[in-house]
Design a protein around this ligand. Sequence first.
Ligand code: MG
Length: 259
Amino acid sequence: MKRSSYLAKGCMVALASLFFVSVSAQEKEYPKPERMTPGMSEFWTPQPPIVTPGVDYTIAPPSDAIVLFDGTNLDAWQSSRGGGEAKWTIKDGAFTVTPRTGDIETKQHFNSFQLHIEWTAPTVVKGESQGRGNSGIFLQGMYEVQILDCYQNETYSNGQTGSIYKQTRPLANVMRKPGEWNVYDIIYNAPTFKEDGTYRTAPTVTVIHNGVVLQNHTTILGTTEYIGFPKVTPHGAGPIKLQDHGDLVNFRNIWIREL
Ligand code: MG
């Protein structure tokens, strides 16, 4: 080989290594993902319009309903901390969150259902935004329909009463005053999953609050995370779980119909 050929070959090798060095250097320079903070998934506008509910109502359980609470005992419920007794307090036909005893959940697991549940925000108003009258209903133990005292209490719209927490804001704010009974009727369709663990059909939910539609067959995107994006995790039937967020939220007249 001539000297010029050696030179040309040497140059090419040098250029090629420069190219690879610069590519790997570029790879090293990719920005790191930003650490998610709670505020990144909180949307304050638009705020749902305030709607004054009509007359107070309740619905007694129909003949084929599974009664989850009839005002007398928590036999259908257990602690979400590995089972055991549900330690919330029963009084006057209702039960109240006992702060720091943890979430409670139904012993029975469900797929698609119609759920009726009545609740009040604490009579003594304290705290603000998410710190006032916070609880929640986790559908299949996974997806939170928010309970919050949103009566004259501003917070991010996708965290208000009847939001799919940190996903979808409610269509209206129909809160009754603290201490007055609210009614939720929730129609939920459980998801199905592909082999790879993603949704074949995502879960959907309709939420009616005091007779007003807040969620209209809304697609649930995954778990309702405080920080970060919804996660899709394969699961089967799950419980109705109620959240202990440290506030004295009351519940009564809870029944469910499997669909
Ligand atoms: Mg909550």
